[in-house]
Design a binder for this molecule. Structure first.
Ligand SMILES: *Cc1c(COP(=O)(O)O)cnc(C)c1O
Length: 386
């Protein structure tokens, strides 16, 4: 089976991890800060906080932005559930904004219309999570302008997008957001096995997230309520968690980061090959905004159901039968039973639901060879009998 995504591990990665394994620190040592500084330097963010997953990063990001009971978090329905769950962890209510039919990202026009309505009803969101689906950046300038007007804070869920660019700059520089989050899960662009990162240019948010990822405990006398009792002393000044990244993970991330640009270039080359090879088939290939350079975490096609006899499910199953590990990103989050129990309904976000009835993720990862990709293309031709 050719999977839809797969990590790339080389000898240099293995050596880097082994070196840490034989060192003095497996956690809370020097490699995590080195990884953080390397990512900060790469993408141009002032502060970077490595954590044990993007889900944890989203949680501490929401807490740092003071999201809590009585507040609303809005995000896209076409995302992994974690983009919405972070609001629930903080006791906030979650709602969604329908997607743009061309980019599949949260639609700025739909956001503007929903904000206008919410202002009248007195239920404006405190936080909007903009998800760069497949690595293709959201229209951040438009979302930021709405944030200025309506007073909400912005988290970029860039779990798919490290190494991509928006308006010529690396995603993660937080030019149009308060906090950006990356994921280093093995299917994503670079990996630390499990792992994530929160990035911000705001000193206070960084300080808050730093406390939250490690029990709310500080050893910095400047943050304490009184002089330290002695050299052993620490204080707990907030309620935090253990969301720390280990040294082993950071070593892997640091080693992978060196190949980030090559990975994203290879993914874009594969995407262009798919675009050209699939042009004759009854499907839509991913549209790219000219201001964007996608990280290309995923390559999603949408089948033109009115032009084929097969159902969406049949196309999916026939590809799987031929050994192509296609997948579907994502099931609209508002249709999940957990969110339906909070009052969301099928039919609430029609563009997202239409997307779900047509989308299929094809294999897309740096290690995919041209020959394997040609096999995927041939299978698609067979399925569509072209
Ligand atoms: C993978 C993913 C997450 C969660 O990442 P973890 O590191 O596995 O916690 C969150 N949001 C999106 C959009 C993702 O794809």
């Amino acid at each position: 089976m050719i999977p839809y995504g797969r990590q790339d591990i080389q000898q240099t990665d293995i050596d880097a991890v082994l070196e840490v394994l034989q060192s003095d620190f497996l956690t809370q040592g020097p490699v995590v800060p080195r990884f953080e500084q390397a990512v900060a330097g790469k993408v141009g963010a002032r502060h970077t906080l490595a954590v044990n997953s993007a889900t944890s990063a989203l949680h501490i990001a929401c807490l740092a932005l003071d999201l809590g009971p009585g507040d609303w978090l809005w995000t896209s329905p076409i995302t992994f559930v974690a983009s919405a769950n972070c609001g629930r962890y903080c006791g906030a209510q979650v709602d969604f904004v329908d997607i743009d039919p061309r980019t599949y990202n949260l639609c700025p026009e739909a956001l503007a219309a929903k904000l206008k309505q919410a202002e009248v009803e007195g239920r404006l969101p405190k936080v909007v999570v903009a998800v760069h689906l497949c690595g293709h950046p959201c229209d951040m300038q438009a979302i930021h302008a709405l944030g200025q007007r309506y007073g909400f804070r912005i988290i970029e869920d860039a779990s798919h997008a490290i190494g991509g660019r928006y308006q010529g700059e690396y995603i993660g520089n937080c030019r149009y957001s308060d906090i950006t989050v990356f994921s280093f899960h093995p299917v994503k662009i670079i990996t630390t096995a499990e792992g994530g990162m929160a990035l911000t240019n705001d000193d206070a948010l960084a300080r808050r997230m730093d406390l939250l990822r490690s029990h709310g405990v500080t050893r910095d006398p400047a943050l304490m309520t009184h002089e330290p009792d002695g050299p052993w002393y620490y204080q707990q000044i907030d309620l935090g968690y253990n969301y720390r990244m280990t040294e082993l993970q950071a070593a892997l991330g640091l080693s992978q980061l060196e190949r980030l640009d090559d990975y994203v270039a290879r993914r874009n080359a594969l995407a262009e090959r798919y675009d050209a090879a699939l042009a004759e088939l009854p499907l839509t290939t991913p549209w790219q905004h000219p201001d964007s350079y996608s990280g290309r975490h995923l390559y999603v096609i949408r089948i033109k159901r009115d032009q084929i006899a097969l159902t969406h499910r049949q196309v999916f199953e026939r590809l799987r039968e031929q050994g192509i590990g296609v997948n579907l990103h994502y099931i609209p989050v508002h249709t999940q039973p957990y969110f339906q129990n909070m009052g969301l309904k099928q039919g609430d976000f029609p563009e997202a639901e239409r997307y779900y009835s047509e989308a299929i993720s094809l294999p897309m990862y740096q290690g995919l060879t041209d020959e394997q990709q040609d096999m995927v293309v041939n299978c698609l031709y067979r399925v569509f009998e072209k």
